[in-house]
Design a protein around this ligand. Structure first.
Ligand SMILES: C[S@@+](CC[C@H](N)C(=O)[O-])C[C@H]1O[C@@H](n2cnc3c(N)ncnc32)[C@H](O)[C@@H]1O
Length: 224
């Protein structure tokens, strides 16, 4: 029987539709090699839902949960506020820590399934080798979204999926949709399918697409 997590038990910004999109994508990964990476984990809620789902389905993949665990990069956040893309305060998503998330992972006995990676993406993503079958980009701000997507794309397996949150969230993060559109325009030739699910935007990498391994930062500064 499919598992539907009780979202009240997890601290996540994703709602039922987002979680259904996410777990549906994971269910469709059979035959695609690689782990799962999340960019933007906050208190670990969506990462732990993914970890629990993997455990229940007997899937050996690991979830790399990447976050500063201190909130946004404040220089980036201030620029986004000045450009009118968000009104979030400096302390948004700062209510977390690596220790807090590690303790939650231990409590749920998910140590073998969810691995937190602390730091800003420009420091941490180049250290992740991949390959990844799925990347969830849920980091809200335009240049972080674009950086994360461009840095992870070469490490995504052919046939793998990248999911973006906030494509529809123009009220709080209007830069998110622009970042996804820019990413799509820059990677059109390597995309097999792209569509808005019920909340998340899903991009599937073409099966004939490029090698896994190199770091593509070509568009990383375009949205800065
Ligand atoms: C919306 S929250 C993630 C929510 C999480 N996916 C969930 O549903 O449980 C966005 C997170 O992105 C993180 N973030 C944004 N930009 C970042 C960057 N450049 N490097 C590291 N973390 C970043 C913030 O710290 C914040 O915790």
């Amino acid at each position: 029987m499919p598992w539907t997590p009780d979202l009240g038990e997890y601290e996540t910004v994703l709602d039922e539709r987002g979680i259904a999109d996410l777990l549906g994508a994971i269910s469709a990964l059979a035959g695609t090699p690689g782990d799962i990476v999340e960019c933007g984990s906050w208190r670990g809620g969506s990462a732990m839902i993914m970890g629990e789902f993997l455990r229940r389905t007997g899937d050996e993949r690991l979830v790399y949960a990447c976050d500063s665990y201190e909130g946004f990069d404040l220089d980036e956040l201030r620029l986004e506020r000045e450009s009118g893309r968000t009104r979030e305060r400096d302390d948004a998503f700062a209510s977390t820590s690596l220790k807090y998330v590690q303790a939650k992972i231990r409590e749920r006995d998910l140590e073998g399934k969810v691995r937190p990676v602390k730091g800003y993406f420009e420091e941490t993503l180049p250290t992740l080798e991949g390959p990844f079958a799925l990347a969830l980009v849920d980091c809200d701000l335009h240049s972080s979204i674009l950086y994360a997507a461009c840095a992870l794309w070469p490490k995504l397996s052919a046939g793998g999926m990248m999911l973006f949150d906030d494509y529809l969230n123009a009220e709080h993060f209007s830069g998110a949709r622009a970042a996804v559109e820019q990413f799509l325009a820059d990677h059109r030739d390597e995309i097999e399918d792209e569509r808005l699910l019920s909340r998340l935007y899903r991009v599937r990498k073409a099966r004939g697409a490029t090698r896994v391994g190199a770091l593509d930062t070509g568009a990383s500064t375009a949205g800065a």
